[in-house]
Design a protein around this ligand. Structure first.
Ligand code: ACO
Length: 326
């Protein structure tokens, strides 16, 4: 089996910044509450003309440029998203068209905030076995389009963005050392978009009740997240026989600073080895980890040969982790 690594990375965020102070004007909340309970200070919001595939395309183009690869050489495109442009065609097929990757197969993966790690692990298997050589994995979301902007429990938490990685065979012992994924569908109803699918087809009544928007039992998700982030990170380290003190950097899903701090504590990592950007971008679901990884790499937080752990959780419920030698 081949070793698989990230040979290109890029991200893209919409320009418009919405601060907590701006939200204070429209919902009963405060900058102080949002900062102390979540760590979020502002988020990016895509405009009416921008769909998920637009952000995904820009991130994908940057990852290809970073890898110095032409779109025609891409074999596989996987987009992780829970906010696709439409039920079908898949957002991955739209990205394939936009970048001109005419030889690539393309599909979406839905594991909500865990989507990017699920998608990267799927793509890794194709390359490991020699089925494909060049894979583009994108995490892209426009969650602000599925928020009830009058629900202070959810509208303060999320933002839009996209991050992409290009995966290829790399030297043995480098790249993705191991990955771990899990799901518990029995607890899925704590975080859902109930309407708009075949269970509750979209109609005027359910739109009036905002059933096409995110609903969440925040404290249940919080308890689950704190438990599973540490568990998933430790599991992947054990799988790859790496001890906690060998970990150089942690890139966690960016949902709540208190969840991230709990995970770091469980792993015995000081916060200067943990990437945090949710103060600027909020929770971008499947885009959070690749955007944070791109930032960490560009800011020099990750160096050649570093051991980097990626860990996330999300709707489903789902969780996943990967450990990489950069
Ligand atoms: N501004 C002011 N007050 C608020 C706000 C707000 N934006 N939101 C909620 N409150 C109020 C609540 O109404 C509640 O008031 P009450 O006690 O009068 O009913 C009070 O604040 C306290 O609520 P708690 O639930 O105790 O607050 P908590 O400390 O748990 O923080 C939070 C809430 C931030 C939602 C937290 O539970 C959390 O981060 N949960 C995880 C959420 C998450 O990560 N979701 C995304 C998962 S990823 C994915 O797959 C999409």
């Amino acid at each position: 089996l081949l070793s698989v690594g990230i040979t290109g990375i890029g991200s893209y965020l919409p320009e418009r910044v919405v601060s907590n102070i701006e939200l204070e004007k429209t919902v009963d909340t405060s900058d102080e509450w949002i900062r102390t309970r979540t760590g979020i200070g502002s988020r990016r919001v895509a405009d009416d003309q921008t769909a998920t595939s637009d952000l995904a395309t820009k991130a994908a183009e940057k990852a290809l440029a970073d890898a110095n690869i032409k779109a025609e050489d891409v074999d596989l495109i996987i987009v992780a998203t829970c906010t696709p442009d439409m039920p079908f065609p898949s957002t991955a097929c739209i990205v394939q068209k936009n970048i001109g990757a005419n030889k690539a197969s393309a599909f979406d993966v839905v594991a909500v905030c865990t989507g990017f790690l699920y998608a990267m692990t799927v793509a890794e298997q194709f390359i490991k076995t020699g089925f494909y050589r060049n894979a583009l994995v994108v995490g892209a979301e426009t969650l602000t389009k599925v928020l009830n902007w009058e629900d202070r429990n959810t509208c303060v938490l999320f933002g839009d963005g996209a991050g992409a990685v290009f995966l290829q065979p790399v030297d043995e012992g480098k790249g993705i050392l191991s990955s771990y994924m899990g799901a518990d569908g029995t607890k899925g109803d704590v975080l859902t978009i109930p309407g708009g699918g075949t269970r509750m087809p979209i109609n005027k009544d359910n739109i009036d009740q905002n059933l096409h928007c995110i609903t969440m039992d925040g404290s249940e998700v919080f308890k689950f997240a704190v438990r599973v982030m540490g568990k998933a990170a430790l599991a992947v380290l054990e799988k790859s026989n790496i001890s906690l003190d060998e970990v150089d950097y942690l890139v966690p899903h960016q949902a709540n600073i208190r969840i991230i701090e709990a995970a770091a504590k469980r792993l015995n990592l000081p916060m200067d080895k943990v990437h945090v950007n949710l103060d600027q971008y909020g929770n971008m679901s499947a885009a959070s980890i690749p955007v944070a990884l791109d930032e960490a790499y560009r800011e020099g937080c990750i160096k050649e040969e570093d051991i980097v752990v990626l860990v996330g959780f999300g709707g489903g419920l789902t969780w996943a982790s990967s450990v990489l030698k950069w």
